[in-house]
Design a protein around this ligand. Sequence first.
Ligand code: HEM
Length: 461
Amino acid sequence: MDTQASDTAAKPFPWVPRWRTLLSSVAMARDPIGNLDRAHAHHGDTVGMHLGGVRPIIVTRDPVLAQHILQKNHRRYLKSDLTHGLIRYIGRGLLTNEGADWLRQRRLIQPGFHRQRLAGLTRLMQAAAEEWTQELRTRTAAGPALLDIHEAMTRVAFRIISQATFGTGMSEAERERLSDILTQIQAFYVRTIRQPYLRPWWHLTGSYRYHDALSQELRELVRGYIRRRQAAPNSQTHDDLLQMLLDARYEDTGEPMTEDRLLDEANILLLAGHETSANALSWLFYLLATHPQEAVKLREELQAAGLANRPPAFDELSRLPYSLQVIQETMRLYPPAWIVDRVAQEEDEYQGQRIPKGTLFSVYLYGLHRHPQLWSAPNEFRPERFAPHAQPPVPAYGYLPFGAGPRLCIGNHFALTEIQLVVLETLRHFTLELPPNTASVPVPLITLRPPHGMVLRFLSV
Ligand code: HEM
């Protein structure tokens, strides 16, 4: 990126002095959220700083600027190398692609996420939810059980996204290997962003080579699976995303996707739909454990809808609005994707201020969601903020857990549905609480993933 241009761009916005970002770069790597919150409280809603003391970036929690970048002027802003760096490991799919090629792929893939398709996928979401409650039943048979909910939800979310993508034919061992590879790649990638000064060391010690090999293994695993599917004569009977990707044809040429394309898109879905949902579910259970009244309200809603004794069907989920509000409020307090990056592709202007080409932006969703001027009692868990006709209403562009504009998350309804099903199935059978003597509240760090897991206590109802 053009550093000089960015420095000029930054002038209209206040900047954290460079010596300060240099001094606090370790603290920033350790606790980015705390540091960004302090910078905004001190300098205002949009503030420039140097990432790691080196790289200029403008971080905003201004809803109007968020809309400007993500929606109104989205053509002028592409994702930055912070996202594109993933291409090395996962390939060029919807999340990492750009421009006309991205649009063509999005149009091709979007129908796979339509309501009717989703209804078909809820059966396997429900099966994953039941498998999880079955496991809980075994664990709680002799009394209350302590469980790392983040570990459990990572498994549940991966089972759901991998089966939605590849169907139920994949073996447990294959699925576990896929999950393990993706987790390792993701963890390493986040480190390369957070601690760029260690990159030479990782080159030297073979970490890059090791993760490149993992990414190759991932591709070959998925390639093998796709080929098995293509060779199977009864391909019409599959109702999963892979089959949709195989059957899809470009409007202009009538051609299907190439195998490598298909691989990239499938891998991107696994990556994008895995940890995000697991984190949302983990924080949701944490919030219910610490807000028993809200858990009671959820059960009452199930009872009133006549759904206390069986799982809801897809069409019945809309009869459970409070459960949706609880999920929305969880993702306000703990947005699983807490920043969204963009870089200006050409010169732009915002409220009379010149934004030179090359300016790097981070839309700080966590800050937007807890902005003291946008939300009353911003740090409190109040699901009814999302009730229809609630006053004050949800602020425009102040709530963006799935992003905004044309790059809005393609899996948003998928995610909301799986979360709703897993939570309701759990609450039908169990109550939960923080273990006695829990010393401290978990503090979200880099990926809004609970830093040391999250242990909760489950009891059979
Ligand atoms: C709670 C769960 C989820 C959250 C919070 C979430 C959040 C997001 C956000 C914020 C973006 C936009 C990023 C940007 O603009 O730079 C995004 C994009 C995306 N998400 Fe999700 N996501 C979730 C679940 C899922 C699931 C389950 C899938 C797949 C089934 C998925 C697939 C994608 C894809 C493919 C994109 C890129 C879309 C495009 O640019 O065309 N996500 N997600």
